[in-house]
Write a protein that binds this ligand. Sequence first.
Ligand code: SF4
Length: 309
Amino acid sequence: MKSKKINALVLFSGGLDSMLAAKILEAQGIAAVLICFESYFFSCAAARDSAAAIGMKLRVEDISRPHLEIVRNPAHGYGGAINPCIDCHLLMLKTAKAIMDKEGFDFVATGEVLGERPMSQNRQSLDTVERESGLSGILLRPLSAKLLPETLAEKNGLVDRGKLCDISGRSRKVQMDLAREFGITRVPQPGGGCILTETDYGQRLKKLISIKPDFDGSDAEVLQHCRPIWEGNVLFAVARNQADCAALKGPAKPGDFLFEPQNFPGPVVLARNFGAEAGQEEIEPLGKKYLLQYSKKPPRNPEISILKM
Ligand code: SF4
């Protein structure tokens, strides 16, 4: 009789640890489905490259809306910048659990390593997210499994505990050895986290929250692609380069003003009014002023188009 294939859902960031977790399970004959999450603050670009590098398929889930909620109001608070890492991690695990329950996966796995990140991967944090995500006993961490309590999948013989690892700490030596064993030649550099961990972006978003606590995804995106200048409750988002110019046109929404130079090179400026007090007659001269201020050599008679969205 043909035995049932074991199916695992593997949270996949695209980092080396998650690549190894997937390969360790695959080496046991387990069908590992890689899952990556996208939001307004991070994409699956690195995960796509890493999945392709190890010849495995990647499933992408958009968690933008619930993730925005936790950035606005994280139950476990922020890390060093405006990164709600505990709640973000919980959201990913809860989403994975919902998919597991709905689609009949046998367990969920991650590439977490005990003690690799002092705050989020110590024993207490691992236990907390496992419990709060509803994955107690069904969350397998193949890289550190032998240092952690046996999961149901191991107890029930779905996974051979003897072939799992006992890695802990910040050294990547064992991971590099494993990468060689699995023939992984493209080893990504360890990542520092998403844009929410960046101090500068954290300050931008905190300023926005002080003005508009229920900011939306478009507001968060605009702040990623500009030099922000605040005039009261009006944001003048000045593009810093060509990529910003293109990106600022994407999230423009009704009520915005888009300033664009016509007869000279210069930045696109997006003006977004978060209050009621500033009118068009005040916003227009300021938008033109900042556009000219950040243009290298504006002509004597600059032509600037103003589009009211
Ligand atoms: S660094 Fe960003 S993506 Fe990673 S857990 Fe923290 S908030 Fe989430």
